[in-house]
Design a protein around this ligand. Structure first.
Ligand code: HEC
Ligand code: HEC
Ligand code: HEC
Ligand code: HEC
Ligand code: HEC
Ligand code: HEC
Ligand code: HEC
Length: 399
């Protein structure tokens, strides 16, 4: 073997060792905006690799993203478009080199153009967009519906004019991100306004948003690699049923609930405390939007059967479950339902689909998306989590 070749091999080996040292957990400890108690999600991958890989593709992780880099909208596959309020008033959407823009067009003239800095929604049904205006995050006039492939007026916005004036408040971020710091500033005689601290926002719902601060956990296991039992980490499985569904209820109890403090600091094991105006359940017609916890709590499957969120949902997975797979979960508890009163023709679907009859799709009263050139709205549809017998079903059964 020639000397040069040996030298080359040694050089490559040296580079390898250097690269490995650079990649060890000790060397790479990303700072986390939330403070020293947090390790940052990138760290979790060092020991929980498979789980982290699938998690980064699921909708919690992707429920909000910053779009400040030039190509960051590419993965969303959003077409250019236009929304028509009337012949003179339109909103235009354009993909340009450095990102996505929405413009107010009055008589064809561009009156105001904003760059999309952030997106809300993982793309299951809708995206909401936002731009920075000083220290405020403002909602853009248009939403995009991913199934209908259409640009629509944002829910709750005026139906006859272009609106750039609604701030995305920290309350949205409490459910759709991992953290943001806010300053409250006086406005007028009595009011207070929120200012977001720009660099503090951690988009998406990351590991520590659900599991709580984990720096001590990471530090311990890095120092004690032979210990295979989790330390400094609350075990979800050991929690009481009510504490378990509180952990999801932080964000799945509806947008109407009021908590005493920001929910960003909620940790597994905490009790979700809400102000009295939060009614557990307002009858069958409760709005379904984001309200899975109170609806499930009103079901016998929960009250008697102790069915909890993770009975049916795999939190870290990124594969969409079929109706058949969900139905298997029902059947695992309901092994011998007779369905005496069901007509024979309906019994064919029984084995494959318990969902359409007992968790029917409902429209949210709170949200609808106005279509271009029309006052009509696309409804926002969700399944109710009040699992029960529904008499007048309008849902068509899928086979
Ligand atoms: C140096 C290795 C290491 C790192 C880094 C690490 N963990 Fe762990 N973690 C472990 C070990 C070991 C266990 C116990 C065995 C298991 O459940 O995989 C564990 C278990 C867990 C559990 C289950 C606890 C239980 O008892 O049910 C959770 C939740 C968890 N880790 C979250 C995290 C989060 C969040 C991060 C990133 C902030 C993280 N871990 C980073 C080593 C690590
Ligand atoms: C939306 C809330 C949520 C988020 C976000 C989340 N987890 Fe979990 N995690 C749970 C729940 C609930 C359980 C217990 C149920 C289970 O075992 O599936 C759990 C269990 C675990 C466990 C122990 C069981 C197992 O499957 O090994 C580990 C380890 C873990 N999580 C790590 C992570 C890491 C790492 C991330 C980020 C990549 C993360 N989790 C993100 C809710 C969450
Ligand atoms: C920090 C807030 C937050 C917490 C905590 C949280 N979720 Fe979510 N969850 C969301 C948001 C926001 C979405 C909507 C994601 C999207 O599509 O943008 C969502 C979506 C979901 C979905 C639909 C995902 C899909 O792919 O269809 C399920 C199921 C779900 N959550 C279950 C849970 C369970 C179970 C827990 C508790 C272990 C939990 N969530 C905890 C905020 C949260
Ligand atoms: C209490 C928690 C909560 C608050 C507050 C909240 N959301 Fe949501 N949001 C959810 C949950 C949970 C979902 C998942 C579907 C559902 O149950 O409605 C969701 C769904 C969405 C979706 C659709 C995602 C999809 O593709 O299905 C968008 C977009 C969205 N929210 C934007 C916002 C904006 C903008 C705000 C503030 C004006 C906001 N949300 C406030 C919890 C919340
Ligand atoms: C963890 C076990 C468990 C799971 C999972 C479960 N259930 Fe139940 N469910 C129960 C128990 C226990 C009851 C109360 C006793 C009974 O009626 O059998 C109940 C009650 C019901 C009832 C009667 C409700 C009423 O108000 O009279 C229906 C309908 C039902 N379940 C359907 C379902 C469907 C559909 C699923 C799947 C989406 C499901 N269940 C999942 C345990 C469970
Ligand atoms: C008995 C089974 C079961 C339980 C328990 C359950 N879910 Fe679901 N969940 C479903 C089914 C079925 C769907 C509809 C899936 C579909 O249409 O693809 C669903 C859908 C969802 C969605 C997506 C929005 C929608 O309605 O389409 C969210 C968010 C969600 N569940 C959250 C939760 C939370 C939070 C809990 C606990 C409070 C919970 N689920 C408990 C069966 C269950
Ligand atoms: C075509 C609609 C339909 C489908 C599909 C369906 N159910 Fe039902 N279910 C009903 C109706 C209606 C009742 C009440 C009358 C009766 O029992 O015949 C009922 C009653 C029930 C009850 C309460 C009565 C009892 O016997 O305990 C349970 C539990 C139940 N269903 C579970 C399931 C499960 C699990 C599946 C899927 C394997 C399923 N259902 C599929 C319509 C349906």
């Amino acid at each position: 073997m020639g000397q040069r070749r040996l030298f080359l091999i040694l050089l490559i080996l040296g580079m390898f060792v250097f690269a490995i040292i650079q990649c060890t957990p000790q060397a790479e400890k990303p700072k986390d905006n939330r403070g020293p108690a947090y390790a940052g999600s990138a760290t979790c991958a060092n020991c929980h690799k498979d789980l982290t890989n699938s998690y980064t593709h699921n909708s919690h992780f992707n429920t909000s993203r910053m779009l400040t880099k030039p190509n960051s909208t590419d993965s969303l596959h959003l077409p250019d478009g236009e929304f028509v309020f009337n012949a003179n008033t339109k909103v235009g959407v354009k993909n340009l080199k450095d990102g996505l823009y929405q413009s107010a067009l009055i008589n064809g003239k561009d009156q105001k153009t904003e760059h999309t800095d952030m997106v809300f929604g993982a793309g299951i049904s809708a995206y909401t967009f936002a731009f920075w205006f000083g220290d405020k995050l403002m909602q853009m006039p248009l939403n995009y519906l991913t199934k209908e492939h259409q640009w629509v007026n944002s829910p709750g916005f005026p139906t006859d004019q272009i609106y750039f004036g609604r701030p995305i408040v920290a309350r949205c971020l409490e459910c759709h991100s991992s953290s943001v710091k806010i300053n409250l500033v006086k406005s007028g005689d009595f009011g207070v306004e929120e200012e977001l601290v720009k660099g503090s926002l951690i988009a998406g719902i990351d590991c520590e948003r659900c599991h709580g601060p984990a720096a001590a956990h990471v530090e311990f296991h890095e120092a004690n690699p032979t210990v295979k039992k989790a330390t400094h980490m609350v075990s979800y499985k050991s929690l009481a049923l009510t504490r378990k569904i509180d952990m999801c209820g932080v964000c799945h109890s509806g947008t109407g609930i009021k908590t005493l403090t920001s929910t960003f600091t909620f940790k597994p094991g905490d009790t979700l405390k809400t102000l009295p105006q939060y009614n557990e359940y307002r009858g069958e017609d409760a709005d379904v939007h984001g309200k899975q916890k109170p609806l499930l709590e009103a079901s016998l499957c929960y009250k008697v059967g102790k069915a909890e969120c993770i009975t049916c949902h795999d939190i870290h997975d990124n594969t969409k479950q079929s109706i058949q797979m969900y139905s298997n979960k029902c059947i695992s508890c309901h092994t011998d339902v007779t369905h005496k009163t069901l007509p024979e023709k309906n019994k064919a679907v029984l084995a494959k689909n318990c969902i359409d009859c007992h968790m029917p799709v409902k429209e949210s009263h709170a949200i609808g998306f106005q279509m271009s050139g029309s006052k009509e709205k696309f409804p926002y549809r969700l399944r109710t989590h009040r699992i029960a017998v529904y008499e007048n079903l309008t849902t068509k059964l899928s086979k």
